[in-house]
Write a protein that binds this ligand. Structure first.
Ligand code: ADP
Length: 286
């Protein structure tokens, strides 16, 4: 049976919420909460802004002309986050060894890799961070639509449903220390009734060594899952990265169809026995 997602579930899965519980299980990160107002304004403005060589800001937008035809228009915009904000981000980047992966409350801008010269989310300056965030639809979703389609569970939640955001909510900017990740050992793990019921690869390539290596990885993932019992919801999805003899917590997502089930269909996940003895493991077949 499908799990209904409430605003509380979504709030529990914000980075700052789970990271405060499981800081030691996750790679180093800094939370800026609330997100500086000038970044919020920059992200909410229409158009993509880039700095040109003469240090002015250009706004590249597709604008509708009077006849309804699209034309590309380039014009100077006066708006860019203020200097103290830029300096704050640059300072955190240098404190985190010179490179970060940015994220808002729930999502990273992994749909905007085409904007980056490296084709990765590795950001070495505040300008990288801002451009990557600004270019991402996933970030736009976090900004505006994160609580769409939630149901209210009780009177307290019903109270919140008429608002776009719950009253205690604020957007946050996360800067995670960048490190080289081998996507072959990234896994999505499904917890149901506090029990690890399913594990699959996150990457969609076939790796011939994974089937054997899973024998070593499984206890590491089970150990990580057992350390997450403090998470307030009995059902959730977590992402992990196995490196050497350790599984790192990368992210926590709600247990519902808005989270990608990857190699599992949500009908299968909803039907799984929460008291099953071991997790069902799925890897990309040859
Ligand atoms: P999302 O919730 O948007 O999926 P994640 O935090 O799970 O964002 O990260 C998405 C991907 O970015 C991960 O699958 C991983 O490959 C990469 N990634 C995440 N954190 C880091 C990091 N600290 N350094 C390098 N790459 C990272």
């Amino acid at each position: 049976m499908a799990t209904k997602v409430t605003k509380k579930h979504i709030l529990n899965c914000q980075f700052s919420n789970w990271y405060s519980l499981f800081r030691t299980l996750s790679p180093k990160a800094r939370v800026i909460k609330p997100i500086p107002a000038s970044i919020l304004r920059y992200l909410n403005e229409d158009g993509i802004y880039i700095k040109d060589v003469s240090n002015t800001i250009e706004d590249l937008t597709d604008e509708e002309d009077g006849n309804g035809e699209e034309q590309e228009d380039i014009h100077v915009s006066s708006y860019y986050p203020d200097k103290p904000t830029i300096q704050l981000i640059d300072r955190i980047i240098s404190e985190l060894d010179g490179a970060v992966v940015p994220k808002l409350n729930w999502s990273s801008p992994k749909d905007a890799l085409w904007m980056m010269p490296t084709g990765t989310m590795k950001c070495t300056s505040a300008e990288d961070v801002l451009l990557l965030l600004k270019s991402s639809d996933f970030i736009a979703h976090d900004l505006d639509y994160a609580f769409d389609d939630c149901i209210e569970e009780d009177a307290q939640e019903a109270d919140l449903t008429n608002q776009k955001f719950p009253s205690e909510f604020s957007h946050e900017l996360i800067l995670k220390e960048w490190f080289p990740i081998h996507s072959s050992t990234e896994f999505r793990c499904f917890i149901k009734g506090k029990n690890l019921v399913a594990i699959c690869q996150r990457d969609d390539n076939y790796y011939d060594f994974l089937e054997d290596d899973m024998k070593e990885f499984l206890p590491l993932l089970q150990d990580l899952a057992s350390k997450l019992s403090e998470f307030p919801d009995p059902n959730f999805v977590f992402d992990a990265y196995v490196q050497k003899n350790r599984a790192w917590l990368i992210d926590i997502n709600p247990f519902c169809a808005r989270t990608d089930g990857l190699l599992f269909a949500w009908t299968e996940l909803y039907a799984m026995d929460s008291e099953a003895e071991g997790p069902e493991i799925r890897l990309i077949p040859k």
